[in-house]
Each structure stands twice: as structure tokens, then as C-alpha cells.
Design a protein around this ligand. Structure first.
Ligand code: FAD
Length: 459
């Protein structure tokens, strides 16, 4: 879109939520000449530390980094990031295997600490000229008078603020979405995954170093459930245990620290000695619910629009929720520049992003099955090996879906559709084979060219 940064105007936006999307969107808009106020329910994390001090980390990939570059934040964020080259799979018998994500170290993902990231983004937003208001939780909106009411959680006092238009970057439990729903049907539905998660901590080794390979996303796949661990730059790892809510084992049967220890002794034996406070972590950390949020509409004429998790929360198994939220921010800023009025910009934003959000939500759900159940399966490994070969032999025609999502910026919906075509081809070509050695490469190459058109990678 074209940028009107030199044109003076009074355009004003009020953003709800100074989390990941709120801070990036605010920065992008201020850079484009908007006046931006952001209201955040919690206190300033730069003053009082990040919410509860839990060490939660996130995988940052190309889509997210692209948005951070535009916001002038990539360099500061990358200073705290730890490179992850691939999945380090931990088998039940203790063997490990590194499955690379991409061709080389230009195709990797990055582990970033949520709290640190938020602090860096808030500093950049404030320096750019965004006005941040902490301890202001949105409670109610009068859309006719265009007045929003916020509550200060410290003393319960109410604060009324006039607005021109509201952007909801207030996460999966969005209060703005609730307020919009009172006025218009957003077509909201939530699908629970039926699995939940618990975070545990691996501290540094006795000599202060990383206790296991730092440059990988560790996975312990165990069929219906799994553990993962992502590195932090202070040489710790955050472990996330994903379990079903019902059945055995599940959060219904693993109910306390002793149950968790028994589960780890049996299923995650090589991880157990790394987690000294397993019982305490299990009992004190909350159990997180996992769900997908679908809306049919993301905006209420020119008065309000939703971005990020508030519009399309997803399960975390593709590591794309934040990346998608950042991509939303760029799209919204561009539509606001290109369209004559707010209502058209919001409609154009929704038209572009809603199908893409649906696609990454579906891929994130599929990836759970892949991570917990398939990364140690022979058919899957053969298909993956062929996928890598085809990506080498036909880089314009065959790009693994994971790469399209993670290392490129082709629309998620395109990645989803091409991924489906490619998977069908991989299944057909490997049927009846146990190794790549028995394939007829002439026929394989011909099939790739006949079935897959070249993909434009700089979309
Ligand atoms: P949030 O980050 O949730 O920010 C919302 C903000 O709004 C918060 O600051 C909140 O305090 C504030 N707020 C809430 N209510 C109000 C109110 N009423 N008034 C004012 N402010 C309010 N994504 C990735 O890309 N990679 C990953 O590896 C990854 N891993 C994940 C692992 C787990 C276990 C989970 C649960 C999610 C993961 N995600 C990951 C997803 C990612 O966390 C979210 O997609 C991302 O945080 C969305 O950003 P957001 O700004 O929309 O919402």
C-alpha cells in the first residue's frame, strides 16, 4: 500500500491490549502518521516485571520477523533470540534424531521470551510516539456515543475515554469482542481441542551452560500426547507437556506432582533428570486450555475491528499464532493507508485475512497429530525424505508446506492448498516403497512438473 506519512491529518485509533499485536500495530500506525492510544489491562511490565514471571517462550518465524523489520524492532528482538534449526526428536528408548526444518541455517526458527519480547516492543512503540495507558482493562463500550469504559484493576475505579474507532488486540478472551457481540452477530464459535498443557522448567546445567542441545526445538512424541522444550537465552528451557483432558494418561489421571513424576519416569525418562522442580511446577503452574476461535466477521462497521488472537485464536502446534497476529498488523496498517475510510479498510482487512486465518488454524490442528504421532513413523519419514529431495530437485515447484508457512510469506491459504496437493503426490509416489532407492526418478520428476505449477516465492 502507499504511505501518507507526510500528509498531516487527525486520524486517531484506540487500541485495546498492549500485548504482542497491540504494540506492533501501534508502532506501524504511528509511523504512518496516525495518532495512537493503547489501553492495557495489566501494569507496565517494564516497571513491575512480566506477569507472574513465568518463562514462556515462543517460536518466531519469517512472517513475524517481516512485521518486526517494518516496525523497526527486528534487531532488538533478535538480540534475545535463540536459533532452532529443527526438531530434536527424543524416542522412548532415549535415542535422539535432529530433523532439520529447512535447507540450511537460513531456514530456521527463533525462540524468544514472551516477556522480553513484549518489553522490547513497548519501548519501541513508546519511542515512536504511541501513548500507552497501563492498568486500564476495557469493561464496556458505548458504540453510539463512542465512549469506552476502562477499569483500573488496582482500585476498581472506572475511566471513560472517547474514541473514533477501536482495535481489539486484547487476545483470545477479548473484551472488545464481547462488547461488539452485544451489538452485532460476529458468528463466533469456539472448538475445544480436548487437550490441555502444563509448563515446566529446565534450569541451566551446573556449570551454567545449556543442559541439552540449545539450537533445537525438542520433542518427545508419544502418540496421543507429547512434551516439547524451547530454549531461552538465559540457558534454561521451557518444557510444555500436552495431554488429553480425558482417558489415560490425561489431566484427569495425572493430577499431582507424584503422578507427573511417574508419567515422566515411564514416558519421558531422559527429560526427568533435567526438571528438578517437576512436582512443584506441575502443581503450581496453571493448566492451559487449547481451543480454536472462529468468527465470521471481524469488524463492526467503522467502529471496531479485531486482530490477532481476539479474531482467530488457534492451537499452538504450528508456532504461528504470534506470527499470524504480526502479519495481521501489517495488513491492517496497509489497508488503513490504502482505503478512503475506516469501514472500507476493516472490510478489506477481513476479506484478505479471514481465509488465511482459517487456513493456519487448520494447519495448526493438523500439526498436533504430526508432532505427537508421526515424527517417528516410517511412512511419514519416507514421505519427508522424498519431500526434501523434491524440494532440492524442483525448488520452484515443490516447497514443503512447513517451509511455505515458516520461511516464506505466501498466503497461508495458498500454503494450505498447495500442501494438500503435494501431500497427495508424496503419498502416491511412495506407495509400496520402503526407501527412496527404488523410485523411478524420471517418472517422479515428470509427475512433479505435471501436477504442480511453479510457486511464486516472493508473494
Ligand atoms: P496477547 O498476546 O494475548 O495479548 C493481549 C493483550 O491484551 C495482553 O497484554 C492482555 O493483558 C491485554 N488485555 C486482555 N484483556 C484486556 C482488556 N479487557 N483491556 C485491556 N487489555 C486487555 N505463537 C507463535 O507464533 N509461536 C509460538 O511458538 C507460540 N506458542 C504458543 C504456545 C502456547 C502454549 C500458547 C497458548 C500460544 C502460543 N502462541 C505461539 C500463540 C501466541 O501466544 C498468540 O497468538 C499471541 O500472543 C497473540 O497475540 P495478541 O497480541 O493477539 O494477544
Amino acid at each position: 500500500g502507499k504511505s501518507n506519512v507526510t500528509e498531516p491529518h487527525n486520524r486517531h485509533i484506540t487500541i485495546i491490549g498492549a500485548g504482542l499485536a497491540g504494540a506492533v500495530l501501534a508502532t506501524l500506525l504511528v509511523q504512518r502518521g496516525w495518532r495512537v492510544d493503547v489501553y492495557e489491562k495489566r501494569g507496565d511490565p517494564r516497571v513491575q516485571g512480566y506477569g507472574g514471571g513465568r518463562s514462556i517462550n515462543l517460536a518466531l518465524a519469517e512472517r513475524g520477523r517481516h512485521a518486526l523489520r517494518l516496525a523497526g524492532a527486528d534487531e532488538s528482538v533478535m538480540r534475545h533470540a535463540v536459533m532452532m534449526r529443527g526438531r530434536m526428536v527424543h524416542f522412548l528408548d532415549g535415542r535422539t534424531d535432529l530433523q532439520r526444518y529447512g535447507r540450511d541455517d537460513s531456514e530456521v526458527i527463533w525462540s524468544v521470551h514472551r516477556g522480553e519480547l513484549n518489553v522490547v516492543l513497548l519501548d519501541i512503540a513508546e519511542r515512536a510516539g504511541v501513548r500507552l495507558h497501563f492498568d486500564r482493562g476495557l469493561r464496556d463500550v458505548d458504540f453510539d456515543a463512542r465512549i469506552a469504559t476502562f477499569t483500573d484493576p488496582r482500585d476498581g475505579s472506572a475511566h471513560q475515554v472517547a474514541f473514533e474507532s477501536l482495535v481489539g488486540a486484547d487476545g483470545a478472551g477479548s473484551s472488545l469482542r464481547a462488547a461488539m457481540t452485544k451489538r452485532t452477530d460476529l458468528g463466533e464459535r469456539t472448538e475445544l481441542l480436548g487437550h490441555s498443557y502444563k509448563e515446566l522448567e529446565i534450569p541451566p546445567a551446573a556449570d551454567g551452560s545449556f543442559p541439552i542441545e540449545p539450537n533445537a526445538l525438542h520433542i518427545w512424541p508419544r502418540g496421543r500426547y507429547m512434551c516439547i522444550a524451547l530454549p531461552n537465552d538465559e540457558r534454561t528451557f521451557t518444557v510444555t507437556l500436552f495431554l488429553p483432558n480425558e482417558g489415560n494418561p490425561s489431566f484427569a489421571t495425572i493430577r499431582n506432582g507424584a503422578d507427573a513424576r511417574a508419567l515422566f519416569e515411564r514416558d519421558f525418562a531422559d527429560a526427568l533428570p533435567l526438571i528438578p522442580d517437576l512436582e512443584r511446577d506441575f502443581e503450581q503452574n496453571p493448566t492451559g486450555l487449547l481451543a480454536t476461535l472462529y468468527l465470521d466477521r471481524w469488524h463492526f462497521d467503522d467502529r471496531a475491528v479485531l486482530v490477532g488472537d481476539a479474531a482467530h485464536a488457534m492451537v499452538p502446534f504450528h508456532g504461528q499464532g504470534m506470527n499470524c497476529a504480526f502479519e495481521d498488523c501489517v495488513a491492517l496498517a496497509e489497508h488503513l493507508d490504502a482505503q478512503p475510510d475506516l469501514a472500507s479498510a476493516y472490510a478489506a482487512f477481513q476479506a484478505e485475512r479471514l481465509p488465511n486465518a482459517r487456513a493456519i488454524q487448520a494447519m495448526a490442528l493438523e500439526n498436533y497429530l504430526e508432532m505427537r504421532d508421526r515424527v517417528d513413523d516410517d511412512d511419514y519419514l519416507l514421505q519427508r525424505a522424498l519431500e526434501r529431495k523434491l524440494a532440492e530437485r524442483h525448488p520452484a515447484h515443490f516447497v514443503p508446506r512447513y517451509s511455505m508457512v515458516t520461511f516464506q510469506r505466501v498466503p497461508y491459504a495458498t500454503a494450505y492448498e498447495r500442501g494438500r496437493q503435494q501431500r497427495e503426490l508424496l503419498i502416491e509416489l511412495t506407495r509400496g516403497h520402503h526407501s527412496l532407492d527404488t523410485l523411478d526418478w524420471h517418472a517422479v520428476d515428470a509427475a512433479v512438473h505435471a501436477r504442480l505449477s511453479p510457486l511464486s516465492v516472493d508473494a
